[in-house]
Design a protein around this ligand. Sequence first.
Ligand code: NAP
Length: 465
Amino acid sequence: MTFWLIEVAYLVASALFVMSLYWMNDPKTARRGVGAGVAAMVVAVAGTLFNPGIVNWGWIAGAVAVGFLLGVPLSWVPLTAVPQRTAVSHAFGGLAAGLVGAAEFVLWQAHPESFTAFRTFALVAEVILGFLTFTGSLMAAGKLQEVRWIPQRPVTYPGQNATNIGLLGAAVLCGIALVWKPVELAFLFPVIVALALAFGVLLIIPIGGADMPTVISLLNSYAGLSAVAMGFVLENRLLIIAGALDGSSGLILSVIMCRAMNRSFTNVLFGAFGQVQQKAGPAETRTAKRETPEGAAQILGMASQVVIVPGYGMAVAQAQQRVRELYDELTKRGIDVRFAIHPVAGRMPGHMNVLLAEADIPYDKLIEMDDINPEMPQTDVVLVIGANDVVNPAARHDKASPIYGMPIIDADKARMCLAIKRSMNPGFAGIENELYFADHTYMLFGDAKVVVGDLVKQLSGGSGL
Ligand code: NAP
């Protein structure tokens, strides 16, 4: 009876996990997807608690309490910190898998018949992937959080790739030895753990803070694969299914992000992107034109087609509500306002969609890059709010630019461009943006929330527009 109860719970949980991913594909059903994911987890945990093999409820209650104590504050982080928060979750996932693997290894020593070649192989894979995900994810979170003692820039040294591959190779060789003689060579187990922990750190240090979101998604995939291996070790089908979903979705997301940045996986992992760029010659002295909120409000008020391009700066400023008010003011005047969404605007996939949805901007006004670009030449005003790399025309023509080949939103093709940012500082890729020096571009310097608020004030009657 209990067996069937657990099997049914696992079947329901697996179906809910699949549906959760499916629903999360679309902003309209994303909330349902999150609900299904939570329900799947609850059913999975509840089903597991029916396991007759449970020997100590006290430990389980303690672990649940610790999970709550850590998990609840993690849910309070601001949206801009979600990538690093996600990395911390993966670190816990990796640590859990690694520790379960270590516990099983110790328990099996008393029952050497448990060490079948396949299960020992799965256990080694679980431990290597789990522990490297643990330290790798912590390093990634630290880089994104700009922790002082973790350098943001890629740290490179000669022979780095060979060292890293050597370290991983050594862990794999120790693992093969363990599969061969798991009891006699048990002393190799802590060596594998140490090598995997070190590999996690060394894998991440040559990667710039800028590439961390892609790497976090890849680490998500490793955590999923270690859960698959754990499923084989514990002979638990649900873990195999959920881990495979996690592993494949993380990988697919990384591939989507790489494509949207026109980068390859090897370039992200080994390209040390984000190193200080050496200037070829003396910098040109170009000046950007400024505009005041009054002038900008007048320009916007006279337009019939406005496209807003949000970027990371809108997220930093938490300006989405003000942007909604601006949208309301402009649409009230019969102006057609749409939002151009670049797939990697911000710091995580869907970042802009989430923020704009939070401000209740209608989904049908959010237009994907490929659909909005052909309409740019007919657009009267494009308003760039805290975006930089995703509107940099250098990506189209400057072969020497680190973002060359990345698809961009063609803001430069609109009749006029207004750009809100605090300074002329570069964005994520660390490069100057020629759009801001173009003849038809006017800069509105200041925090996005303040400047958009000023525009709203001007349009809502303050200036009599
Ligand atoms: P960006 O290139 O990083 O530029 C953001 C701009 O916002 C900065 O130039 C900054 O200029 C401005 N800013 C910051 N705080 C602001 C504030 N409070 N008010 C007004 N402006 C502010 O951002 P993006 O154009 O969105 O491009 C995203 C970049 O991230 C791309 O290079 C992409 O490849 C990369 N990336 C994205 C993802 C993803 O999944 N979304 C993943 C990996 C990498 P000031 O300092 O002058 O204000």
